[in-house]
Design a protein around this ligand. Structure first.
Ligand code: PXG
Ligand code: PLP
Length: 438
């Protein structure tokens, strides 16, 4: 199936070079397991699990069946003032699978909505407690928290911010991408001290003005930056000392990618609020979730006024959509039943070894990895940092491998079900592409 130039025009594609794409469209028409079929009928390996979404592989019978049944039984149910049983079942499942102390769940439809919801909960919490001054957020340079106004405000990627006003009051600590950690495997040794910049910002702004700190435990979008050893623990200590909420944005790290159920579990640091999306439904239907401690929820309840009143004026038409809840329950069941989180942990050394074999390939200036997530930084063309990753991405696609390029990095995130041969094939395709460009 091919589309004409005219047919391609109406859709303004997200985070896409629209002009280049419409000249050279890359269209998927089917997917099964770890492979897509493109519009030319070729099999293409899914080297990023969709957009970090489809760890279980595509077209899982269990999810398909649950979605089909739910559409037939109850296609939509109003989420405001009425409910349906699946959202409660799913909330309990999410609580069971996330760290102890995170006991309440607010559903959304995407990572960006989840982040903005978490920020609103944090600000609303302090106001409800009678500390309205605690409204500023601290994010991190290179952080990605989606594209809604709050997420862009706390985000730390200049390219995503430059066209828009500063939307929420936010300051940022440094990123953790250090030269001395280049080619580290797993958590880098150096960089825990960078968390102390939070102390500096507390001195500057005063804790009485700060609502929350938001970080990805492992930064995904900016090229896979695992946290330095001790770094997240230090952030936790500083937040505790100054009574600042710690939000972990686990939209990518949640539900298995790190080789544990969450990044918090894997790195041994528990936040006050966690955001989840993507893997929660294996990508089949959009859904996100904010998970938080009961004390935050109870604060809103206690100060909610008469019980006919809404305690938190927030929610989406599609919050806890029944079909999304059905997809999520099925996806989480497969994740647990097939021990896929354990599989990621066991296979991570295989992925790590294969990935780092690219350290001597042309243009590679750094490689980073954790679990089933890998990032490569590439030498820039003079004045054109974004060009080479784009060229490599296209070369890989020609070879039948879908990978992600962003900024001056390549990102790899194979499905949890990927075989050793799949991983070798992926790494070989990237290696060959780099050699062909040299
Ligand atoms: N937070 C984090 C940590 C994310 O990774 C979002 C929020 C936003 O989620 P939505 O569903 O609104 O897109 C994300 C999304 C990439 C890539 O290639 C990463 C994301 C999305 C698309 C591509 O790194 N992350
Ligand atoms: N805009 C208008 C005019 C609406 O009526 C609504 C929801 O009712 C929204 C935006 C928000 O949509 P959603 O709840 O899907 O975020």
């Amino acid at each position: 199936m091919t589309l004409t130039n005219e047919e391609l025009n109406a859709h303004w594609m997200p985070f896409t070079g629209n002009r280049q794409f419409k000249q050279h469209p890359r269209l998927f028409v089917a997917a099964d397991g770890a492979y897509y079929t493109d519009s030319e009928g070729r099999q293409v390996f899914d080297g990023l699990s969709g957009l970090w979404t489809c760890g279980l592989g595509h077209s899982r019978d269990e999810i398909n069946a649950a979605v089909s049944k739910q559409v037939a039984d109850l296609d939509y149910s109003p989420g405001f003032q009425y409910g349906h049983p699946l959202s409660f079942k799913l909330a309990n499942k999410v609580v069971e699978l996330t760290p102890a102390g995170l006991d309440r769940v607010f559903f959304t439809d995407s990572g960006s909505e989840t982040v903005d919801t978490a920020l609103k909960i944090a600000q609303g919490y302090w106001r409800t407690k009678g500390q309205p001054g605690k409204s500023k957020f601290i994010g991190r340079i290179k952080g990605y928290h989606g594209v809604n106004f709050g997420g862009v405000g706390v985000g730390g990627i200049g390219f995503n911010r430059k066209l828009f006003d500063q939307s929420v009051d936010a300051d940022h600590i440094s990123h953790t991408l250090l030269d001395e950690n280049r080619f580290s495997r797993g958590m880098p040794e150096k960089g825990a001290h960078l968390a102390d910049e939070l102390e500096e910002l507390v001195l500057l702004h005063d804790a009485s003005n700060i609502a929350a700190v938001i970080v990805e435990p492992l930064s995904g979008t900016s090229g896979v930056l695992p946290p330095p050893k001790g770094y997240l623990n230090r952030l936790r200590e500083i937040c505790d000392k100054h009574d600042i909420l710690l939000i972990f944005d686990e939209v990518i790290t949640g539900f298995g990618r790190m080789g544990s159920m969450t990044g918090a579990d894997e790195f041994g640091v528990i936040p006050d609020i966690m955001t989840l999306a993507k893997q929660i439904t294996n990508g089949a239907i959009p859904l996100g979730a904010v998970v938080l401690g009961a004390e935050i929820y109870e604060t809103f309840m206690d100060k909610g006024g008469p019980d006919y009143m809404v305690e938190f004026p927030h929610g989406y038409t599609y919050s806890a959509h029944p079909v999304a809840c059905a997809a999520s329950l099925a996806a989480l069941e497969v994740l647990v039943q097939e021990n896929l989180v354990e599989r990621v942990k066991q296979m991570s050394p295989v992925f790590e070894k294969a990935l780092h074999s690219l350290s001597t390939a042309p243009f590679v200036t750094d490689i980073r990895n954790y679990g089933f997530a890998g990032g490569l930084s590439l030498e820039h063309y003079p004045g054109e940092p974004l060009r080479r990753p784009f060229e490599i991405g296209l070369k890989c696609f020609e070879k039948g491998f879908y990978i992600r390029w962003g900024a001056d990095t390549l990102q790899l995130a194979p499905p949890f079900i990927a075989s050793e041969a799949d991983i070798d094939g992926l790494i070989n395709a990237v290696g060959e592409s780099l050699h062909e460009l040299s």
